[in-house]
Design a protein around this ligand. Structure first.
Ligand code: 9MJ
Length: 701
């Protein structure tokens, strides 16, 4: 290779020329490395290209345009497939496990909608396919993109592979909407799975554990020819972005999908009560072994799309649907040891170490034991033969010991009363309401406990908090162990410390120029964060995403929250202000006050503020006329339930308060409104009727 000319000797035109050529070369290598898994140069040569590119840019700053490769965060996707952001998130379903919960689900839906006794409510029931969720985008009837579910917000582009699935039409029939994202499950039949594994065995390849893994492995192939050789199938059951709805019920939507030529499951029916749903569940369960494909339960969905819309979502799952799972598979094995993990809030959780056993299609060597009372109640001893059960993708649980198999040397387990990590006392707090000890034992060494510190850092960098790509759990553990990061603000000083030669990440095992650069870019990109995420990231006990959003909406700035929380000693006005917020009670208010009363937390917050800019909460329907306003509902609402009205207000970006004060912007008063309405008129707060409130419907974000 010709030795490159010294940068000082380049003219501006030569620099521009070389910068552009290098850029193209780097993009090509990025593609070969990331998308094709087939790099054609060594890491060192690649790094040399990057260094030259950056050095030219440093000498000729006019080349550092916004589309320069130095400005791209994680210049290439970090995995093999291109990523696809779902325009409508692919959410998950809540799970239920027994008949009683079916009745609860129906009752909950009826209550939320305020349905009178005897008022009809249609709910669909369909098998829950145990495959791989996929979103297929059709534009003008043509298949243009297919993506896996991924984390629900971002999946992988598997278009080329999906095109090889014969059952999925590349062009829809009839008159489909202009834009239609069809969602469903890609799966493999039992017969095809068995044949595939036979072939794998014959050719000396690894066997797949179950049809779902085989389907996933086949779809996520870089070579579509391999996918084409693996018989995959598809059932359509939901949708994402859609330009016009072809129907107004779930049943009719699926019928419309069928008319467009999409495969749909033939076992979907309409039910009208919990009893009918349960009967259908039993029926599908009885067919399970003969279906020829894996199902792991029955999905129930409110049939009317208008009602689905009213019900909306709670956290990440629809209120209008749930999955009734089949009982989990069971197996027996020997429990060899019990390990204790210490979580972010200090909870000590026991983890059973097992002789590896296959249960529900996977090999398990760990199982949860929940807490110490459960170990005692079930009298689980080290060395016992135990029954383990696995439901869905979760870690298996231990059902109990098989007493006939107990040997003399099985040892009762003594739950530790000190933290196994930091040695602080581990205690069970007394619940002030019940006067009983909590089930969970917690380490009291909050700020000295390494385990808690690491878990807090993991939480801080996690997806719904700071979302720092390249700073996953394992890397945080390494960095913490090696003293590179002790508290959250240290994350943001990493690039500067590296630049000044105080640390040397590039030389670390498993790291290189590129991964360090990607990590630093990801860190720099998070120097500004919306308030709700910032609050969530702090990991205050009982403050999950929903409460973080409530606090962000109420206080609007971090300083306002901090001021109030610092003044929130028991019995103070500040404490009452927090306590009085909709959805936040005394336990949460106390946790917030405790967090801000801790001097070490204050220090971390001060240090963090030097590194991070907190911006207002991500706009939720900021265009709605009530966005950012505080609303109080009073009197009885006739057209929607109180819960529904509150959920709608939150979707419109408003805060809901329990009582009327100077800070109230709007009172929605139904018949029978009393003192709150009087207070509103005394304070001159705008008051509207339920009818007026309903006019805001459809403006939710
Ligand atoms: C499966 N896995 O068979 C849904 N699903 O609907 C069915 N999943 C679903 N529906 C909304 N039948 C979200 C997920």
């Amino acid at each position: 290779m010709k030795k490159p000319a010294p940068i000082e000797s380049l003219s501006a035109a030569e620099a521009r020329h070389e910068h552009a050529r290098l850029g193209e070369e780097i993009v090509t290598h990025d593609r070969r490395y990331y998308a094709e898994d087939a790099p054609t140069i060594s890491d060192a040569d690649y790094d040399a290209l990057r260094q030259r590119y950056e050095a030219i840019e440093a000498a000729f700053p006019e080349l550092a345009t916004p589309d320069s490769l130095t400005k791209k965060i994680g210049a290439a996707p970090s995995e093999k497939f291109a990523k696809v952001r779902h325009r409508v998130p692919m959410l998950s379903l809540g799970n239920i496990f027994d008949d009683e919960e079916v009745a609860d689900f129906v009752a909950r839906v009826r209550r939320f909608l305020g349905l009178k006794e005897g008022a009809p409510l249609a709910i669909t029931a369909e098998p829950k396919i145990d495959g791989l969720s996929c979103s297929l985008r059709f534009e003008s009837g043509k298949l243009v993109q297919a993506a896996t579910r991924g984390d629900g917000y971002e999946g992988e582009d598997v278009t080329a592979n999906v095109r090889t699935i014969g059952e999925i039409p590349k062009a829809l029939k009839g008159t489909p909407p202009d834009i239609l994202e069809v969602r469903g499950e890609v799966y493999m039949t039992h017969a095809d799975f068995a044949a595939l594994n036979t072939r794998q065995k014959e050719t000396g390849k690894t066997l797949f554990a179950n049809p779902r893994n085989a389907a996933a492995g086949s779809l996520r192939q870089l070579d579509p020819a391999i996918t084409a050789s693996r018989p995959l199938h598809f059932f359509a059951y939901a949708w994402g972005e859609i330009s016009t709805l072809p129907a107004s019920t779930q049943m009719d939507m699926i019928a419309a999908f069928k008319s467009f030529g999409l495969p749909v499951n033939p076992l979907m029916v309409l039910c009208h009560s919990a009893e009918e749903l349960i009967a259908r569940y039993r029926h599908i369960e009885s067919l399970r072994a003969r279906l020829g494909y894996d199902i792991d339960g029955v999905v129930y969905k409110v049939d009317s799309l208008a009602l689905q819309n009213r019900l909306g979502f709670v956290s990440r799952a629809p209120r209008w649907a749930t999955a009734h799972k089949f009982p989990a598979e069971k197996a027996t094995t020997v429990l060899r040891a019990i390990e204790i993990n210490v979580g972010r809030t200090g909870a000590l959780t026991p983890l059973a170490k097992l002789d590896p056993v296959t249960v529900g299609g996977v090999v398990a060597s760990n199982a949860t034991l929940h807490n110490e009372d459960e170990i005692a109640r079930k009298d689980i001893r080290i060395g016992d033969t135990v029954t383990v059960q696995r439901a869905g993708d979760v870690i298996p649980q231990i059902l109990g010991p098989i007493l006939e198999k107990r040997t003399k040397d099985a040892k009762p387990y003594q739950f530790p009363e000190t933290c196994p990590i930091c040695g602080s006392a581990a205690v069970r707090e007394i619940d002030p309401k019940t006067g009983e000890a909590e089930a969970v034992r917690r380490c009291t060494g909050s700020l000295v406990c390494r385990a808690q510190a690491v878990e807090r850092l993991k939480h801080f960098a996690s997806r719904n908090a700071f979302d720092i790509e390249g700073l996953g759990d394992e890397r945080i553990e390494q960095f913490f162990r090696d003293g590179l990061i002790k508290t959250a603000p240290d994350i943001f000083t990493l690039p500067d410390r590296e630049r000044r030669g105080l640390i040397n990440l590039k030389e670390r095992e498993g790291f290189g120029e590129l991964s360090v650069r990607n990590l630093f870019n990801a860190i720099i990109a998070r120097r500004s964060l919306p308030l709700n995420r910032f609050i969530y990231a702090l990991g205050i006990r009982h403050v999950g995403e929903t409460n973080a959003r409530r606090l962000a909406r109420h206080f609007e700035t971090f300083e306002a929250l901090r001021r109030t929380a610092q003044a929130a000693s028991e019995g103070s006005d500040a404490r009452a202000e927090i306590n009085n917020m909709e959805g936040i009670g005394e336990v949460v208010a106390e946790a917030i006050a405790d967090f801000f009363a801790e001097k070490r937390n204050e220090e971390v917050l001060d240090a963090l503020h030097k590194q991070v800019t907190v911006v207002p909460m991500e706009a939720v329907a900021s265009t709605s006329p009530v966005a950012g306003k505080t609303i109080v509902f009073t009197g009885s609402l006739e057209r929607m339930t109180r819960d529904e009205a509150k959920a709608m207000a939150e979707r419109l970006g408003a805060k809901v308060a329990a009582s009327v004060s100077k800070k109230t912007d709007l009172v929605v008063a139904g018949p029978g409104a009393g003192s709150k309405l009087a207070k509103a008129s005394e304070l001159g707060v705008e008051t509207i009727s339920e009818e007026d409130w309903l006019k805001l419907k459809g403006q939710e974000g």
